[in-house]
Design a protein. Sequence first.
Lengths: 288, 331
Amino acid sequence: MLSAAVSILFDGLAYAMILFIIAVGLSITMGLMNFVNLAHGVFAMAGGYATVTMIRAWEVPFLAALPIAFVLVGAASVVFERLLYAPLYRRSELDQVLMTIGFVFMAIAAFTYFWGPNPLGIEVPRYLKGQVDLGFREFPTYRLFMIAVGFGMILALWLVFERTLLGARIRAAVDNRRMAQSLGIDVGRLFTLTFAVGSGLAAVGGGLAVELIGLRPTFAIQYLVHFLIVVAVGGLGSIRGAFLAALLLGIIDTAGKYVWPAGGGFFIYAITVVALLIKPEGLYGKRD
Amino acid sequence: MASAIDPAAAVPRLGRARWHWAEALPWLALAAVPFVFPGYLALGCQVIVMILFALSLDLILGYAGIITLGHAALFGTGAYAAGMLSAHLGWNEPITGLLVAGAAAAAVGFVSGWFLLRYHGLALLMLTLATAILLQELANTLAPYTGGYDGLLGIAIDPIFGRFANDLFRQNYYVYGLIVLLAAFLIARRVVASPFGQSLVGIRENVKRMHAIGAPVHGRLVAIYTIAAAMAGVAGGLFAQIHAFVTLQVMGFQLSGAVLIVVILGGAGRLYGAFIGAAIYVILEDQLAKLSPEFWEFGVGLVLVATVLFARRGLLGIAEDLTARLRRRTP
């Protein structure tokens, strides 16, 4: 029983890290521009496919493939941001929802066309395989690695956000865009930058997720709801909120599927509905 | 604020309940299908179900301005209600089956709308999305009753009025669907042309002002949501009766997305937008998916992106702009 609880916590934590890495960029960009972006999963998926292709076709080492995916997808996302997102900043939520749904459909079709509809996997390096003995019991190495990467990223993001001028500007713009603009902060450029970094992070999350949850062209829609739940329940633009929500979602979802395999997916949506009914602005969101 | 819904569209066109001659065109077209394309009535049935479903979304999206990502939940509720009524209770009479489907969906719409319609923006989007998935997971969990992942089998609907059976070519069901659609359309048209319908447009355009003049905003939204839910449920029930088979996809996000696309493509807030959007969507899907499913999916996405970026008011909006320009040129 205790052993099962430890397993659930551990696996839940690993999934939570993926959710956090992928969703944190979405949370900040949505907090900055109030842009309803349903296409964020596309960048995570692109990162997954970029990683798989690099490893399979060019034999790039796994640990090198992830940063390359970050740069590639981050750079590509700027093109889409300028072409598709920028014209819709001042438009209604409905327009943003529709455009991004359309973008998701196009992406799924394009990835199916080039990579086929079947799930793809990768061979992780030998040093990430097997189990590691942590004294009281053994844990899968890959998941430990993912949790370590996740905590490393949280630390890095926290430092950037709390300790640099850039982070202060982003926080100011999330809090009050108009005031930040009148103080001379170029919120548009800030948004493009955070969009690129957020998409790059999603790509890394996608690359990490391949081994854990698999990769197929419907990834962008399948897990979209989980990313959105992290953002909405955590509160727009809040790193702390996104982390807490990812943790809750990862652990509850894992526990639900463990306790009740047939209907375990149910809990997470029930809890989401209740959480949003009580706090529609999210755990750490600002009230408008 | 610019929007995919044209603020001017709803008010003058159907503001008066008087009929315009052009309103006969879509009905004549639908009535002509059995004579012109007798081999395509199965596809025609799909178009009719989609029109009815899109019509229900247009009521809440186009008129009341409620954005939902979970409209398929109501369609699915109707489909499962009609299907389970026949498969488990042996109640095979089609018309009462549709009424039960509508009532079940209306009940779900009323309860969920009562809770959800106090919210707006991202919270409302997420709540509608999560509620729909919740219901889908519930249907999956209740597999002994719904058939779960394998689908609901054993639906055997009696002939309509004891005479018109569901034949292979769907001749009778096409006529049946068309009559149901006409009845639902007349109700929808009456609703949007009424003072109640006008107050919905007011809520869509400026909810603060509607509060200020004392309109019961929440009550009106719940009312239209319940009406639309009933209509979506009837569409779902019709779907279940036609195909005699229901799967979890009837509650899926893909269907919620598809019906949104249909309404936007045709033009929201016009009622007839649903007709054009549904016809184009279903026929193109049928034709293009034969070539390649990816081709179709990419095309849908592209059309949606292009509609939002360049033709915000949908196809009917473009048609209106063109006729307006022609009229100005020939005085």
